[in-house]
Design a protein around this ligand. Structure first.
Ligand code: MTE
Length: 309
């Protein structure tokens, strides 16, 4: 992320449900062949179990694992893209627990295994488009956020969901400096959180998340700028009020609550019309809602998206 002031920056998943890395690659090749006759990219293991699922509108090769795990934004480990991979070695993602509280009838503190217990594991390839105008194609593994939320039984006052990253300066060197107001916080409106596309990810490329990618649990909201995808989540809270997210708190004129990918609304200091896919030189046109308009545009009907950026 670019900011103005200074240059800063498995629980119980069945092993049978996890695609081995080699099989994953084989399946990608198979899907790529299907693409030649007009198939769409379907999520891998569960493609047959999700009727009508369409997660990327174009056939795209996933970004290499090496790039996804070495070109990161995770300011808790530093503001440079290589810092999270370099400085996250001391971070201990297990054991892990998550507090679920706020406006709900079934709050609690759950071990990660219990939080995930019983929920369908999904694998989906989504584009991640950063507000800095680069993008990646990432094969995620996780569960639907809505499945986790439903178990907490949100009450009628729950209008938003706030998610918070762990605060552990002893293991996260970036948190020893006031680069950002720690801990990192993000939020979604309830309908966004309940959208079928919204995931709590536990892995990429069929492997558990590495620390730099937000181990052991991160949010994935493919139609929003990457900064919405809060990493290493320790708290999920239902709120009446719209949560103030970290980047909005840092620079409210530059970063809003909604953060929908929108090529028509430029960042105050640079255009959002195009993006560079990591590993490519050419710039591509950025798609409205990052290409997921069909699944999500209805949630914003009637809203002025230049105001609610
Ligand atoms: N979550 C936390 N806790 N801290 C961060 O600095 N950066 C965000 C988001 N989640 C960030 C975070 C930004 S700006 C982006 S673009 C994505 O994580 C990057 O995810 P990736 O590094 O796995 O590609």
């Amino acid at each position: 992320m670019l900011i103005r002031k200074r240059r800063v920056g498995e629980g119980d998943i069945l092993s049978s449900e996890i695609t081995p890395y080699e099989l994953y690659l084989d399946r990608r090749r198979f899907i790529a062949q299907g693409a030649a006759v007009g198939a769409v990219v379907l999520p891998s293991t569960l493609a047959g179990r999700v009727p009508g699922a369409l997660y990327t509108q174009q056939v795209e090769e996933p970004t290499p694992y090496e790039d996804i795990t070495t070109y990161n934004n995770f300011y808790e480990f530093g503001s440079q893209k290589g810092d999270p991979a370099r400085y996250s070695g001391d971070f201990k993602p297990l054991p892990w627990s998550v507090v679920v509280d706020g406006e709900c009838d079934n709050p609690g503190t759950l071990a990660l295994e219990d939080l995930l217990q019983g929920h369908e594991v999904v694998e989906r390839t989504y584009r991640l488009r950063c507000v800095e105008a680069w993008s990646m194609v990432i094969p995620w593994r996780g569960v639907r956020l809505r499945d986790v939320l439903l178990r907490a039984q949100p009450n009628s006052d729950a209008r938003f969901v706030e998610m918070t990253t762990v605060l552990r300066p002893s293991e996260m060197p970036g948190q020893r400096h006031p680069m950002l107001p720690w801990p990192y916080v993000e939020g979604l409106r309830m309908d966004e959180a309940f959208n079928d596309l919204t995931l709590l990810a536990t892995g990429i490329y069929g492997k558990d998340l590495l620390n730099q990618n937000g181990a052991p649990l991160r949010l994935v909201v493919p139609w929003k700028y990457g900064f919405k995808s809060v990493k290493s989540i320790v708290r999920i809270r239902f709120t009446r009020e719209m949560p103030l997210n970290t980047w909005q708190e840092m620079a409210p004129h530059e970063y809003g609550f909604y953060a929908n990918v929108n090529p028509d609304v430029d960042h105050p200091r640079w255009s959002q019309a195009r993006e560079r896919r990591i590993g490519e030189f050419r710039r591509r046109m950025t798609l409205a809602f990052n290409g997921y308009a069909e699944q999500v545009a209805h949630m914003y009907r009637g809203m002025d998206l230049t105001r609610w950026y």
